[in-house]
Design a protein around this ligand. Structure first.
Ligand SMILES: NC(=O)c1ccc[n+]([C@@H]2O[C@H](COP(=O)([O-])OP(=O)(O)OC[C@H]3O[C@@H](n4cnc5c(N)ncnc54)[C@H](O)[C@@H]3O)[C@@H](O)[C@H]2O)c1
Ligand SMILES: O=CCc1c[nH]cn1
Length: 515
């Protein structure tokens, strides 16, 4: 596998972590901002502002790039502002055609995208391939909506009427987390562009690569220069974007504390925000459920992307009467998951994003054990045989003997840790499931459909599942209740978050003024 040759766009890429030879003579290109239709580096490079991006799988340096300061953020926003006039004047169909071409180009380059997404995130390549498709889906889906974005006609007295228009907001900013980089670039840029906005994206400082590749794709597809821009950097760059007076809206994905800061920064300019934040989601397994499906759902709800998934069902409530059966099947299947090289097709748990995140997860596990939790499987640092794989690998963990007050049960761990909690009654479990400040997702497994709908109706979560978990579809809104966020991504409703309504009254008679 190490020396396997992978063919990307007809060009050979040698070695599992061999560099992509499609660009820059076998190395990643030097420039990682994308402004006005081209890769650029910040105009005034500052040696003290260099970010080192490490490859999760190996822990080795992947790239170094410059943080974007005020001048660079302003350059990107001005580029988007200048492009807005042309882009917003196109018909929806014209915008749609360009976006469809972009989706096709990504399909043609999907293996290359997946390769870099895996190197950037450490997630298994089979998942990275699915993630690329979620971005393609978003671009195709919103391109399909673009020609239909329209207002209403409202008849008034005496033949007069009013109509509404859905107008773009202007320059929209996107800020992403590191767990789904290309998905976030797609989920945010596609609705923004379809609605006639222009866009500036700041990916996470840990995963800068594929958002810039998306910029090249859009340009190749015919997107006018300046409509899609990327600035690299960490929190300061994000703050500059949120506070920039020419940014009309911020769509943010990340943690609750940062989301709160983003909202505060945007409040200064009375900007709308979409916030996709963290979670501590419950999954309730009733005794009458198909237990094999429930086990599969619990695993989907915990172990994708090394457990680094916002919507994860990290609190799995199991009816006590089936606890033993459920647990034995869960542990048996979890222990079989292959941990290791993310580039191997059969790997199911790749590398944690970085050492700090791995340390955080292990600290949660130590704390859980001290509080009385029992490790049914996993929860260990794994050292792959390949000496080059010096990143952090954690075996997927099932914790039993948990109770609702444990730190590991209350806080977002963001790692492969599933906590099992027993319950006896429906009423009890609903109350416990809702006893959290988060409200991103929730699920129930039962063969009693009346009960399923009754439970879901009481669940305080924005994205709910009956007899499955963590499936996503671009046509279906995704987002949270409570501290898990504001607004939605995906689905027709997203158009509302990237447009503003203009109302126009039309008088067909004389003006009836009382003075
Ligand atoms: N609801 C969702 O759709 C969703 C999806 C993925 C991840 N998440 C959440 O993201 C978190 C993990 O991601 P993370 O560690 O990258 O989150 P984070 O909050 O640390 O960072 C997210 C992004 O915000 C930027 N940032 C940091 N400080 C900022 C500031 N003051 N102003 C503007 N931007 C700032 C970061 O550079 C990064 O790009 C988890 O809590 C997870 O649940 C939510
Ligand atoms: O991490 C959050 C978004 C998500 C959930 N499933 C796939 N992507």
């Amino acid at each position: 596998m190490w020396l396997q040759q992978v063919v990307l766009r007809g060009v050979q890429v040698v070695g599992r972590r061999g560099v992509c030879t499609t660009v820059n003579n076998g190395k990643l290109p030097l420039h990682f901002n994308y402004i006005n239709g081209e890769r650029v580096s910040p105009l005034n490079p500052d040696p003290s502002q260099v970010m080192k991006v490490l490859e999760p799988a190996t822990g080795d340096l992947l790239i170094e790039l410059q943080t974007s300061g005020p001048d660079e953020v302003n350059r990107a926003v001005q580029s988007a502002k200048e492009a807005f006039n042309e882009w917003s004047q196109l018909t929806g169909l014209q915008r749609s055609r360009i976006m469809q071409r972009a989706a096709q180009i990504i399909k043609d380059r999907q293996e290359e995208f997946a390769y870099w997404e895996t190197r950037d995130t450490g997630k298994p390549i089979y998942e990275a391939r699915m993630d690329i498709w979620t971005a393609i889906d978003a671009i195709e889906y919103f391109s399909g909506l673009a020609p239909s974005i329209a207002g209403q006609h409202v008849p008034l007295a005496n033949g007069s009427f009013a109509y509404t228009k859905r107008e773009p907001l202007g320059v929209c900013a996107g800020i992403g987390a590191w767990n789904y980089p290309i998905q976030m670039a797609g989920w945010k840029s596609a609705p923004a562009l379809a609605c006639g906005n222009t866009f500036v994206f700041k990916p996470s400082q840990f995963t800068p690569i594929t958002a810039v590749m998306l910029g090249e794709v859009y340009t190749e597809a015919g997107l006018p220069h300046g409509c899609y821009n990327v600035v690299q950097g960490a929190g300061e760059t994000g703050t500059l974007l949120c506070e920039h007076p020419d940014v009309a809206k911020v769509s943010f994905t990340g943690s609750v504390p940062t989301g709160s800061k983003v909202m505060a920064a945007a409040a200064g300019g009375i900007k709308t925000v979409t916030l996709e934040l963290g979670g501590k989601s419950p999954l309730i397994v009733f005794a009458d459920a198909n237990l094999d499906n429930a086990v599969g759902g619990a695993m989907l709800g915990n172990f994708l992307s090394q457990g680094e998934v916002c919507s994860n069902a990290t609190r799995v409530f199991v009816e006590n009467s089936v606890m033993d059966q459920f647990l034995s099947r869960l542990v048996e299947r979890t222990a079989r998951m292959k941990v290791g090289d993310p580039m191997d097709d059969d790997t199911r748990v790749g590398a944690m994003i970085h050492q700090d995140q791995a340390d955080k997860v292990m600290t949660y596990l130590e704390g859980a054990k001290k509080e009385g939790a029992v490790v049914a499987c996993g929860g260990e640092m794994v050292t792959p045989d390949d000496p080059q794989l010096k990143g952090c690998y954690i075996s997927p963990c099932v914790l039993t003997n948990c109770h609702d007050d444990m730190t590991v049960v209350r806080e977002e761990v963001f790692g492969p840790v599933l906590s099992i909690l027993g319950f006896d009654t429906e009423e009890e479990v609903i109350e416990r499931a809702n006893d959290t400040e988060f409200g991103l997702a929730g699920g129930v497994f039962t063969n009693d459909l009346t009960r399923a709908h009754r439970v879901i109706a009481q669940m305080q979560a924005g994205t709910c599942y009956i007899n499955n978990f963590n499936i996503i579809d671009v046509a279906v809104p995704f987002g949270g209740f409570k501290k898990s966020g504001l607004g939605r991504e995906n689905g027709v409703v997203t158009v509302e978050y990237y447009t503003q309504v203009k109302t126009v009254y039309v008088e067909m008679g004389d003006v009836d003024a009382p003075f």
